[in-house]
Design a protein around this ligand. Sequence first.
Ligand code: GCU
Length: 682
Amino acid sequence: QQTGYQAWLEYHPIALNQVEQYAGYSGIVCTEKEEAIQTAVQELSRGISKMLGKELAVSENGEDRVVIALGTFGGGNALVDRVFDEGARSAVKPEGFAIKTDQASGSLVIGASSASGVLYGVFHLLRLISTHQSVNQLDVIENPVNMLRMINQWDNIDGSIERGYAGKSIFFENNRITTDLTRVRDYARLLASSGLNAISINNVNVHHWETKFLTGEYLPDVARVAGVFRSYGIKLFLSVNYASPLEIGGLSTADPLDPAVREWWRVKAAEVYAAIPDFGGFLVKADSENRPGPFTYDRDHADGSNMLAEALKPYGGIVIWRCFVYNCKQDWRDRATDRARAAYDHFKPLDGRFMDNVILQVKNGPMDFQVREPVSPLIGAMETTNQMIEFQITQEYTGQQRHLCYLVPQWKEVLDFETYVKGDGSSIKRIVDGSLYGNRFSGFAAVSNIGNDTNWTGHLLAQANLYGYARLAWNPELSAEEIAEEWIRMALGGDEKMVSVVMGMLMDSWSIYEAYTSPLGVGWMVNPDHHYGPNVDGYEYSKWGTYHFADCHGIGVDRTKATGTGYAAQYKGMNYDTYESVENCPDELLLFFHHVPYTHVLHSGQTVIQHIYNTHFEGVERAEQLVAKWASLEGSVGELVHKHVADRLAEQAAHAQEWRDMINTYFFRKSGIADALGRKIY
Ligand code: GCU
């Protein structure tokens, strides 16, 4: 029994008393041979067979029977062409689909304008069936809201994964690309079934061997991987080393304005496209955390990215250029330099200079995927530049898949954030879907949380983050609860009590993790390097620029324009006023924007120090409640699954105590102020 391997494609058998409404289908009708459509047919057969226990034969004609028909508009499937009128066809965008119950015959018909649209339609239908929804009156049209719905692997050729918490890479081992691609194919299924359409397969920190992915030594293998993803409608991208012309090209420079360098990249692009005709493009981390980039040659990010974009342009390829650029050699005494400001300061002045096949990829917050950060003010600040948002599904700072932390509520907050960059109605989701500025390219990217652990994500419940990310990329209007419910029913089954208990656990989990780790917008109180476990001063005197400035009087970073680093002034309209003012700043971000005494009174009515104590004591109690809630599900989920999650939750509860005690003791000793409730502080 492979616990959790099928994830949300488990396709639990449907109980006999519920099976009736799906039971009448006598076959699948499909006339097209295109690869992704054939994939769709296989997926449909497989899902139906597992859920309904019935094998549906595939044929080219089904007008006289009750069938499930699928195909592209005008692609030769008579049912598709009869059921969808001109209005429906024009409402379906390139990757969208329509599903309709044909009232005349009772057949279900899936139509789309592309093969991948057909595939998404099939997965949608399977989702409806596996969550036991009625299909008798379907009349659905869905289009993905975001054009690029991408996943970034941080996998290295030696099989390790940067910030991976679920085993080794499924792509690489022993300095080669994996020969058996079965698991890669199963990953492609998971991604496509939840709506993703792009993947970069190697770490953004591109080291020696991975730099050679662009050479004949690796390209044929990369092409094999691309082939697997292609059959699921997913485009492959590579992270590239900016210094490639030096490291593998034999040139003496990587200066983006040097004609020989430009020519080298043009030839390279031609070779890559000869091997992979639908190659997506390059993902680039440059001049960031000691990676090479155009700064070495006194050039800027526009020069660097445009050079690559020019090479990819003839083939329709794109350059995704990351904005995670800051000075990682700061001196803690230097109070003027503020890492939070860096991305905006570097990139905003370059607006208007990027080619139209360059996309800037911006992390959701200005620092680095902390438990709580404000939304990056760079998103939406560049009117004439393509942008996409970067989330981190892998739980680097949110419990490393040993703790439960369902991140969809956090991402929703980011997406719903009103930036005011073009007045009211300028939410982050409207910027990254390209509608606010009418961008040519836009979308979502996120760092994956999977590895070769049987259940993919280490903590089984962390699958909900991968699934949830993909669903949000497809439609950011879905609620965190809707997404959680889909995942629970599909992965764990439909027991109603179980669904409601697990839903409650997922929905509380971010707030619980925040409670016992990081109060009021302070980040980084973790052990350096591996970032697991509490260490209040772990980064306090380091060069990474990640300070909380706690002393015996108070805590927090003054990022105001009036007296601090001026970061607050990167926000527009009301947001600037809110963050600049210590009175108006929301409690959860107070210490991100302001340095205040421990006796400062929050909107909640508590002092800062009492808030720290209270949340840490409550956080542990709430983590213990997770253990009890899950214990109540014994018998409602499989035994192995139950034990696996119970073990992780027990570890979390114990580790939460360590967090509580380290943090409380530190701040008690710094402030000298006792807990008003007299609880035990070591
Ligand atoms: C974080 C992470 C690094 C990663 C970097 C990035 O700092 O800890 O491992 O390389 O982000 O996003 O590039």
